[in-house]
Design a protein around this ligand. Structure first.
Ligand code: GLA
Length: 733
């Protein structure tokens, strides 16, 4: 058992980290330690008590003015306790004042992992070293309880957190903020690493020092968003890729979120994270409870790459559930950039024939196969196959594709409705539009009210009818706008603040129902590319279309940013045509392949229009991916250089977990006359092993692991713009 309890001190031990809290003599749940693995000493001796001016004192402290929650480290700070810092909860217990005061009430521990009703959560089998601690807090006056959950994943150095708020009073309780967790640290001077972006430019990494005051990251868009990712790292100033301490915070939630980090007057740092509270309210009737999304925290003393490995392994093993999680993902060709809306079955089959020739695994039919949908102004919601456009039924198309030896996949955007659709004409009230006001459009479409049972029923009915009608083994689930001015016709005025969270719960319910009915289905998440790339989505979709930007060079930094918090097996990436459709750049076909192989691999171009030379390259790429997929999907991923810092080239590596083989991808991003020598060092090898090397599939000598890790290797000189190379090594037999 990884949870040790002594004198109200709760110590959670993972392989390399320790987390500790204590219910003190007043009953306050203090946070006492999080960091490098240590013993079970009661670390509350490190908390300094002093009479701090203008810091309120708990009544329970009597005349002791040194006791104030304004500076004490806590597990779940709330508004109304004399703590003026950012808090986890605003709860109106019946007076109109949004204050409460929580004290330790009870606890429970058990082997295994807690579950969260209706929400994604990490899980574990009986055999795994995973335990749960539940701490129950109670308001000083009212029968109002907060259950704090801690899931301890020993192997991954991950501790998950979530809260369940329970109304056992006989009156309504109104919540206007309930976050998932808080982490207090006794020092300042930390850097925050976060991932901002835009459509076609997601998850750009930025590292900034925290300052005295509050730093906010937020999505108010109803989705986790392109603009800010619900994953953040706090790191010591000196922490680098390979060395130093850092803490990760990944919210398993696909709706709006917020993260606040505050450095206070005593140079302490607090981080809180959870559901976006900007328009959030929740009414708890007597006997009801509210459950927050899960926050997965990780600690690494081995730099940022160590932290990424915690998340990569943890999510790969204990979050992703798909039947596909351990299988080689199909190499697919998607027709979006190949045809956009202009296709019929004949055109699709031409692409499929080439795909079969090149030994790809699947054809994915993207947007435009249903209703009246020849552009993006109409048809969403009308999930009926447009046989006239296709020239055949979906079943016939899928059968023909299958006969070529390929699987067949299909695009949906279930949460949306076009005003020009039969669905809208018969159910305008299903769109989230404020009565009497003009809607805010996004990509000329409106958002369906996923909080409504009838809407969810319709979506399931249509999805299932289509999935039953043909052999469809993959679904790309898209979502192409942000939520704005949302209103639900079924919620009373005082409950409209619940809509956005109810929307996310509704979305999860439909996805869950679909996966339950089609357990072998491969689900790919998508929201205009990577606008909903979050750990919550990974619970349903083992892979996510990383960005609508398919340019190999811009993808370098998008993949780089994504790799900090998400396994590379979740990164969906395709080879597309040049000049690239998003930015007009021309890159070699080979480079596009090497970049796309950083994730789950595929093509998004008209294969029937490729030159013979390109086809030859593609065959080579397909062979490489099939041969090396174990490394790409399950190897340890290392960011060898940062595309944000190294202007000359970007390199990344996958090393087999036992160090027996490794692959390095290198893409040159600049050219020079009379260029300086460039070199790279491998990581994760066996120092005494002898490794046989191939550069671009050609023999390139034998080196010891020590030499490759300490001396490194020289890179070939690039011969054209955006040249690239791949280096593969394996232990000599
Ligand atoms: C979004 C997706 C694209 C494609 C289009 C179709 O932009 O990210 O990959 O599916 O929608 O409309």
């Amino acid at each position: 058992m990884a949870i040790i309890i002594k004198d109200n001190v709760f110590t959670l031990q993972t392989q390399n980290s320790t987390y500790q809290m204590k219910a003190d003599s007043k009953g306050v749940l203090l946070h006492t330690y999080y960091g490098r693995k240590t013993d079970e000493t009661d670390y509350s001796y490190m908390i300094s008590m002093a009479d701090r001016g203008f810091s309120g004192n708990l009544y329970e402290a009597r005349e002791d003015r040194t006791y104030s929650l304004d500076f004490l480290p806590q597990e779940f700070p709330v508004r109304g306790s004399g703590d003026y810092r950012i808090s986890c909860m605003h709860a109106d217990l019946g007076t109109g004042v949004r204050d409460c005061l929580l004290f330790f009430h009870d606890y429970r521990i058990w082997h295994g992992k807690y579950e969260l009703e209706g929400l994604p959560a990490m899980f574990a089998s009986e055999e795994e070293a995973v335990d749960t601690l539940e701490i129950i807090l109670k308001d000083s006056q009212e029968e109002f309880y907060v259950h704090l959950y801690y899931g301890v994943f020993e192997e991954h150095d991950i501790i998950t957190r979530a809260a369940r708020v329970e109304n056992r009073t006989d009156k309504e309780i109104r919540l206007s903020k309930v976050l998932s967790a808080c982490l207090d640290m006794d020092h300042d001077g930390m850097d925050m690493i976060h991932f901002f972006g835009r459509h076609a430019g997601e998850r750009e990494m930025e590292r900034v020092p925290l300052f005295h005051g509050v730093t906010e990251l937020r999505s108010t868009r109803g989705t986790s968003s392109h603009q800010h990712n619900p994953f953040v790292i706090l790191a010591d100033k000196t922490t680098s890729e390979e060395m130093g301490a850092c803490f990760g915070f990944s919210l398993l939630y696909s709706g709006g979120f917020h993260m606040h980090a505050e450095v206070d007057q005593f140079h302490q740092t607090r981080l809180v994270m959870g559901i976006d509270d900007s328009v959030f309210t929740w009414s708890l009737q007597p006997g009801e409870y509210f459950v927050t999304p899960e926050l997965a925290m990780a600690y690494s003393g081995q730099g940022l790459s160590g932290l990424s490995h915690c998340y990569h392994n943890g999510f790969q093993k204990n979050l992703i559930r798909s039947a596909w999680k351990d299988k080689r993902r199909p190499i697919l060709v998607n027709n979006w950039e190949a045809t956009y809306f202009d296709f019929n079955a004949e055109k699709l089959l031409d692409i499929a024939k080439e795909a079969a020739e090149l030994e790809l695994d699947m054809l994915v039919l993207d947007d435009g196969w249903f209703g009246k949908r020849d552009d993006d102004y109409s048809g969403l919601g009308d999930w009926y196959v447009n046989e006239e456009k296709l020239g055949c039924s979906l079943k016939e198309l899928a059968d023909n594709v299958n006969e070529l030896g390929l699987m067949f996949g299909l695009w949906f955007e279930p949460e949306m409705i076009s005003e020009d659709s039969n669905l809208y004409r018969s159910h305008p009230e299903w769109a989230m539009v404020v009565p009497g006001r003009k809607p805010i459009r996004g990509r000329s479409q409106l958002v369906l009210d996923m909080s409504r049972e009838d809407v969810r029923h319709y979506i399931k009915e249509r999805l299932f009818a289509i999935l039953d009608s043909a052999n469809i083994q993959y679904v790309k689930w898209d979502m192409n706008r942000s939520v704005a001015a949302a209103y639900s016709a079924l919620l009373p005025r005082e409950r409209q603040g619940e809509l956005r969270h109810r929307y996310v719960l509704g979305l999860y319910e439909v996805m869950e129902a679909m996966l339950k009915r089609y357990p072998d289905l491969l689900l790919e998440g998508c929201s205009g590319g990577g606008g909903r790339y979050d750990a919550g989505m990974l619970y349903y979709a083992p892979q996510i279309w990383c960005s609508d930007n398919t340019d190999a060079i811009e993808r370098l930094s998008i993949h780089y940013g994504t790799s900090f918090g998400y396994p590379m097996s979740s990164v969906s990436a395709h080879v597309s045509v040049c000049p690239n459709h998003q930015n007009g750049r021309v890159t070699p076909f080979k480079t596009r392949g090497i970049c796309a192989m950083q994730g789950t691999f595929g093509y998004e171009l008209d294969l029937s229009k490729m030159t013979e030379e390109e086809k030859e390259e593609a065959r080579e790429q397909v062979r490489t991916f099939k041969e090396r997929y174990r490394l790409f999907q399950f190897g340890n991923y290392y960011r060898i250089t940062s595309p944000l810092e190294n202007r000359d080239f970007t390199a990344w590596e996958y090393a087999d977990k036992d160090g027996k083989e490794a692959y390095m991808g290198v893409v040159y991003t600049d050219l020079h006359g009379n260029p300086a020598a460039q070199s790279v060092k491998f990581q994760g090898l066996l120092p005494e092993g002898n490794y046989v090397m191939q550069k671009d599939n050609k023999p390139a000598g034998t080196y010891t692991g020590a030499a490759l890790m300490n001396g490194g290797i020289l890179l070939p000189v690039p011969v054209e713009n955006y040249d690239s190379c791949q280096i593969y090594i394996r232990l000599e037999e």
